[in-house]
Write a new protein. Structure first.
Length: 508
């Protein structure tokens, strides 16, 4: 099981899984430690049996050697007979090996030869475990030395006291020891498993009572709260963190219930006030709409008549003072009409009534139309209006709104440029955008006023002193329209050198 799967388990399994895993690890480790300890005990037991047998044989030989004149047969013969007798009555086997073997039956095997060599180098005892068809055998061998009692028997062979004589090889079968310990191991393992299961059951009951049941109560309480029922009573008697959590939970639900009551009352009052305000706003919007309709009819129509009358009178008069008066009437009427039209546009934009519909358009076609339309006005003021672009560029724009933007910006440039200067309109592509750039050689804008020129009704200081006409809404409308087409507008200007306005539009 990986970590991600563990996080998906419920709480009961999350608690049980690491605990059971820890118990299993402890049991497995204990089993292997016990097995290693038992193997060590088996070897120790075999060693003790072999060592005891060796000492008993040596003591028997010594006792018989000391009484060789009284007891027959001699020690060597008696030892051989004891070995044969042991084969019939015991599972332990032993064998006398002579360093100078006369009797072929005393000839050493490979283990005994190797042991003899180690004894000559000073080794005190040698042992090993050998696998046979009948099972594992523990082989043990210790050396024999000439002493006073056995010197008389072996003097004719050239031995002296303390000379190395040979050894006694003892074989102890391990199967009986393994069987006995294995039986004990099974009993112990059974007890450990029973104790582990009992411990698991006990821990499960404790976890269920002290943790899971309180947590389930808290979960049910939380579910009731999520459904809006704050009347809960959690019966948890624990004097621990869960008990404190239950108390906190109850207090929280009561506070939420109280807060909800207060909040509902406030919402009710706010809703009533909002409905009243909406009703007032609806009436205001209704009156506003009526006012727009009235203004559109009752102001535009008289202004149109005044302008038409002034133009008619102007054509019939000679260039006298009366002509100047008529020109003033005409200009003021046009200015008033432009102000009124711009005010209506701004109000429509801010009220969300005016809709902008960007579509894929060929930009240079629109620019060329606007430049051709405004060229006569520029020429009348002694200004050259130049359009510079020979490529087809497509952008996502509202054609009519872009036309209004360009008209407002170019007319502003004409108004604030002295005779003999140029106004240049260019278009080009930059990455995923199309840029329309209008640059003039006019009076320029002061640095502290550049950020204000898009504000409603704002007119620069030089503009206010030099030019009486103008609403201060043209650039505001232009900026609103450009932003409505997901574009941006930038201004760079320097006093007495001119102004450059960039409109950045989304390329098609």
């Amino acid at each position: 099981m990986d970590i991600k799967s563990l996080f998906k388990l419920n709480l009961h399994k999350k608690i049980a899984f690491p605990f059971i895993s820890a118990v299993l690890i402890i049991f497995v480790a204990a089993y292997f430690l016990l097995e290693a300890r038992e193997n060590r005990l088996i070897l120790d037991a075999a060693y003790c049996r072999a060592r005891t047998a060796f000492k008993m044989i040596v003591l028997t030989r010594q006792w018989m050697a000391e009484r060789r004149n009284k007891i027959k047969p001699i020690a060597a013969v008696a030892t051989k007979e004891l070995s044969d007798h042991a084969r019939q009555l015991s599972d332990i086997r032993f064998h006398i090996i002579s360093d100078r073997s006369i009797n072929p039956s005393n000839a050493p095997d490979e283990f005994e030869k190797a042991a003899m060599k180690q004894f000559k180098r000073g080794k005190k005892e040698v042992y090993e475990i050998v696998d046979t068809k009948k099972g594992k055998i523990y082989r043990y061998m210790a050396p024999l030395f000439i002493n006073k009692a056995c010197r008389s028997c072996h003097i004719h062979q050239g031995y002296r006291i303390y000379n190395f004589r040979g050894g006694i090889s003892i074989s102890v079968p391990l199967s009986p020891i393994y069987g006995s310990i294995s039986k004990n191991r099974k009993i112990l393992l059974g007890l450990i498993i029973a104790a582990g299961l009992l411990l698991l059951i006990l821990v499960k009951l404790l976890i269920t009572k002290l943790v899971l049941i309180p947590v389930k109560k808290l979960d049910r309480a939380a579910a009731k709260i999520s459904q809006g029922d704050y009347d809960i009573d959690i019966q948890i008697q624990n004097n621990d963190e869960l008990g404190n959590l239950a108390k906190t939970f109850i207090n929280m639900s009561r506070k939420i219930s109280l807060s909800q009551t207060v909040l509902q009352e406030r919402i009710k009052n706010a809703t009533e006030r909002l409905n009243a305000a909406n009703e007032k706003l609806s009436k205001i919007a209704e009156r506003k709409s009526e006012l727009y309709s009235a203004l559109a009819h009752d102001i535009r129509t008289p202004l149109a008549v005044i302008i038409l009358g002034a133009e008619t009178i102007e054509t019939k008069l000679n260039k006298t003072e009366n002509t100047e008066i008529v020109e003033a009437i005409k200009n003021n009427a046009k200015s008033l009409k432009a102000l009124f039209d711009n005010l209506l546009e701004i109000e429509k934009i801010e009220d969300g009534i005016l809709k902008i519909h960007p579509q894929k358009q060929e930009i240079n076609f629109i620019l060329r139309e606007i430049v051709n339309e405004l060229a006569p006005f520029a020429k009348h003021s002694g200004i050259t209006l130049i359009f510079d672009s020979d490529k087809e560029l497509e952008a996502v724009v509202d054609k009519d709104k872009l036309a209004v933007c360009l008209q407002n910006i170019i007319l502003n440039a004409i108004k604030f440029s002295p005779a003999g200067k140029e106004i240049r309109v260019e278009s080009y592509k930059v990455q995923n955008t199309v840029v329309v750039e209008i640059s003039d050689q006019g009076i320029g804008i002061a640095p502290d006023e550049i950020d204000k020129i898009f504000n409603k009704f704002y007119r620069t200081k030089r503009g206010r002193h030099k030019y009486r006409y103008g609403s201060g809404l043209g650039l505001t409308i232009a900026k609103k329209f450009v932003e409505g087409m997901n574009g941006k507008i930038y201004v760079a200007s320097e006093l007495k050198k001119g102004t450059k306005i960039k409109i950045v539009l989304q390329s098609a």
